[in-house]
Design a protein around this ligand. Structure first.
Ligand code: B3K
Ligand code: ZN
Length: 869
């Protein structure tokens, strides 16, 4: 494999040619699929450049221009490109090539897996199907003809509308036409045998859209929720964003073999079955919510991504950050806003902050990319969404929607940049985001030092803020960011004090703010207000602030913003752990904190919020405060803290558990907000009970009584993660019950991979031999091995066994599926954050990879970046 070279954002050049229309004919065959592509090509501007088409792993058969074959001296072909010399300005180019879908284990381009043909073209997979200008700023109208064996492939699908379907001999021929010009990354083709769930949606303009959901045979009983979610998404986008669907048909295909979650191909989404199939027996409440969110996400791309797309891949956050923001809002409008927000914050803190502090740190709009697939990151997606959210905070819903309207009006049908988006937001609101733009160009997590004082004489808060952003690779110094700081205040009894400002805009390195409010109404002469900063996590920053435990407990109980209530609980726990680590002692929980937890547990707060507040921060989040991560100390103290809370709160936990059980068990499993929240709390409490529950048969008995996966899995996890004596019997029972049900078994693999037990490495190794496990299927690799890399204590086992196991798998996947391999490699890149012994072991794996012949560019880029630095 020839090594790719890095590309730079600053080198963007508009293409020398464009393609107006493409007619593709794909004759499907497992090992020898023939692709005939007829393109109407137009030279752009005045130049003599040859036409350079991208193409990878293709076998070229013929090239002709305006129906005449061209002589071999007029073109050259390499393993990356087909270069054609012509002086024509406007011509029809026909290229014929062949490919081998069955041997395509990388699942990029056209592949055949489990009897289904399927494509994945984003970012640069179309070039593995045929020669093309495979870049997002070339928009063409596609017509696709598929020829397939009619017996094996009753359904042959592509983007747009079906305009012709016929049979010839043993072949089925279908012609699909997509009226909307699109970049090649949105191309899709599927052929297979499915069960189909059909429905319709009537747009607010009164147009009827056909909805079709294709699932593996026998799975119709798991498909309703996806269809409902799709209709909800279509309706929500009309109501909240004024965006209406544009084609007459919307198809979703669920497949088992897929590298990521789903893909927004125009009119023909391809989904990982994991984000489509769900019924209460096989899917947890969280799975149901994930289906809704991913279905929404891909649907929302139809406007933010497809109708308005990216000019180049450096602009990926243009569509991803915005679409994540949109799907977050969708989930929040339909479900619990607070719970959704807290989950988003957890992702940022445990994953994005780590990425931002490591050798692969990049701005949400990267400047340098070697392998584009490496940049579908939490930074581009989730921090990208936080940046959009800050714009929303600064402009308010109305201003933000004015900006969206302007963006859509200006750029519908175009391939544009992040700059175009910000400019539209500015134009529609008369705003100036010159400084705000730094969120697009600077990597790294800003650290904000905050002090809050109360000026009793003037009855004002004095909020002093100082920001600093650490250097990241290639960016030594940083300019100050424009940071929205939402705040609120309480009196010590927990009553809200109205403030005159609720959003401060920090723009300087150091800034003092004076905030007035109704202090005299709520405070006695001796009292001080309790202030909550960064309400609703109003900016993706780390906050350093001296705050007393008393204040944290007040915030935990009373902060008007539920996210801040949760955050206070997390800070309280984190403080206890950090103190113990610093003093080299074992964590102690003071009586007031136990009491605060008890009060919360007994309160009538939304049970889901109680559950989240009583869930301890994970090692990855706590690790953030250390330059060298004290793995053992964090792990030990976290365990002790959990045990201590379980023991001190045991009575209250049991009582609330019984109460929730009474409420839940009376009317059976219901997939609705209140019950989801109750189950969440009950199962959080279960994880505490497993720490203290000694009665031996209780868990297994309970398991036999449950009728839904949410509760079964919670029982399995509670026992396995506490090494309860019933863990093994439950694991066996689960395996017997679900073996062969791939998506369910993924949960079983994952539960074991996440167990913090001294033989987890060996257990994972052994599980790789389980009949349901295969390295060919990304879902299996993620559920067992990627999950294992998140098991901080065991992946980082001090003898290096965890590293060796994952290193070995990465080397194996290098040849077959480098995207999946690259995802596993992320666990190694921050090796400098560990102690010397671990550093040496991790580095050894990286060096071994560097020496691997034929190292894929996906891995090469991460290995080089992390060994450099
Ligand atoms: N756009 C796709 C991700 C493509 C990843 C390519 N390696 C899914 C999504 O974000 O909606
Ligand atoms: Zn997306």
């Amino acid at each position: 494999m020839s090594q790719k070279t890095a590309k730079y954002r600053k080198d963007y050049k508009a293409p020398d040619f464009t393609i107006d229309t493409v007619d593709l004919t794909v004759e499907l065959d497992p090992v020898n699929t023939r692709v005939t592509s007829t393109m109407v090509v137009r030279r752009q501007g005045n130049h003599q450049q040859p036409l350079e088409l991208d193409g990878e792993g293709l076998t070229l058969e013929s090239v002709s221009i305006d129906s005449e074959s061209i002589p071999e001296q007029q073109y050259t072909v390499t393993d990356q490109q087909l270069t054609i010399t012509t002086d024509k300005e406007h011509f029809t180019l026909t290229v014929v090539n062949s490919i081998n879908p069955r041997d395509n284990k990388a699942l990029e381009g056209l592949y055949l897996a489990d009897g289904t043909y399927c494509t994945q073209c984003e970012a640069e997979g179309f070039r593995r199907i045929t020669y093309y200008l495979d870049r997002p700023d070339v928009l063409a109208k596609f017509t696709t003809t598929i020829i397939a064996d009619k017996q094996s492939y009753p359904f042959v699908l592509a983007n747009g509308n079906l305009i012709k379907q016929s049979e010839e001999g043993d072949k089925r021929i279908a012609v699909w036409e997509d009226p909307f010009p699109k970049p090649s990354y949105l191309f899709a083709l599927v052929a297979g045998d499915f069960d189909v769930l059909r429905d319709t949606f009537t747009t607010r303009e009164g147009r009827e859209v056909k909805l079709e959901l294709f699932v593996d045979k026998g799975n119709l009983d798991r498909s309703d929720h996806a269809m409902t979610s799709l209709k909800n998404a279509m309706k929500w986008d009309e109501e909240r964003f004024g965006l209406v669907y544009d084609l007459d048909i919307y198809m979703i295909v669920a497949v088992d073999f897929f590298n990521m979650g789903a893909m927004e191909n125009k009119g023909l989404n391809v989904f990982n079955a994991k984000y489509v199939l769900a019924n209460p027996r096989t899917a947890t409440d969280q799975d149901f919510l994930n289906v809704e969110s991913v279905i929404g996400h891909e649907y929302f791309h139809n406007w933010t991504g497809n109708r308005i797309t990216c000019r180049d891949w450096f602009q990926l956050s243009l569509k991803e950050g915005l679409t994540v923001f949109r799907d977050q809002e969708f989930s929040s409008d339909l479900g619990s806003r607070a719970v959704n927000r807290i989950q988003d914050v957890k992702i940022i803190r445990s994953h994005q902050f780590t990425e931002d502090a490591g050798p692969m740190a990049h701005p949400i709009r990267p400047d340098k990319v070697l392998e584009m697939n490496n940049f579908y990151t939490v930074t581009v997606y989730n921090k990208g969404a936080e940046v959009i959210r800050m714009l929303h905070t600064l402009l308010g819903e109305e201003g933000f929607q004015r900006g969206m309207k302007c963006y859509v009006e200006r750029h519908n049908g175009q391939a544009v940049t992040c700059e175009d988006f910000v400019a539209a937001m500015e134009a529609a609101n008369g705003a100036d985001f010159s400084q705000f733009r730094r969120w697009y160009s600077q990597a790294g997590t800003p650290q904000v030092k905050a002090t809050v004082d109360y000026d009793n004489d003037n009855k004002q808060l004095v909020v002093s803020l100082r920001q600093h952003t650490p250097a990241t690779p290639g960016q030594e110094t940083k300019q100050p960011f424009h940071i929205p700081v939402k705040l609120s205040a309480l009196n010590p009894a927990g009553e809200v004090i109205q403030l005159t400002d609720t959003v401060l805009e920090l723009t300087e390195t150091e800034q003092d703010f004076r905030v007035s409010g109704a202090f005299t109404d709520k405070l006695t002469a001796q009292q001080q207000p309790v202030v909550s900063l960064f309400d609703n996590f109003s900016a993706p920053v780390k906050v350093e602030r001296e705050i007393s435990r008393d204040e944290l407990r007040t915030l935990m109980a009373f902060a008007p913003d539920p996210v801040s209530r949760w955050d206070a609980s997390q800070q309280l726990f984190a403080t206890l752990i950090h103190e113990a680590v610093a003093k080299e002692t074992t964590v102690q929980v003071d009586a007031d904190t136990v009491q605060a937890c008890r009060e919360l547990l007994n309160s009538d707060t939304d049970p889901a919020l109680i559950a989240l507040a009583l869930t301890l921060p994970n090692i990855a989040t706590l690790a953030d405060s250390y330059s060298v991560i004290p793995v053992e100390k964090l792990r030990h103290n976290l365990k002790r803290l959990k045990r201590h809370l379980a023991e001190s709160l045991e009575d209250s936990i049991r009582e609330r558990y019984q109460q929730l059980s009474a409420e839940l068990d009376s009317n059976g499993y219901q997939l609705q907000g209140q019950d989801i929240a109750r189950r969440q709390l009950r199962n959080t409490l279960l994880s505490y009970l497993a720490e203290v529950e000694t009665e031996s048969d209780w868990f297994i008995e309970r398991y036999r009584q449950t009728d839904n996966m949410t509760d079964s899995l919670a029982l399995l996890q509670a026992t396995v993660w506490t090494q309860h004596q019933q863990a093994q019997p439950l694991l066996t029972l689960f395996d017997e019950q679900w073996r062969g049900e791939k998506l369910v078994m993924d949960k079983w693999f994952q539960t074991q991979a996440l167990a913090d037990s001294s033989n987890t490495v060996e257990a994972v190794q052994k599980l790789m031999e389980h009949p349901d496990f295969t390295l060919d299927n990304p879902n299996r690799v993620y559920s067992l091995l990627a999950a294992f890399t998140q098991n901080v204590a065991q992946f980082h086992r001090v003898d290096g066994a965890g590293y060796r196991l994952v290193g070995q798998v990465i080397r194996q996947l290098n040849d077959s599926n480098p995207q999946v391999a690259s995802r596993l490699l992320s666990a190694f890149v921050s090796w400098r954050r560990y102690d010397a012994d671990r550093q040496a072991l991790m580095k050894q794996e990286l060096e071994q990879l560097r020496a691997l012949p034929g190292l894929a560019s996906d891995l090469f880029e991460k290995v080089e970046n992390s060994l450099a630095a």
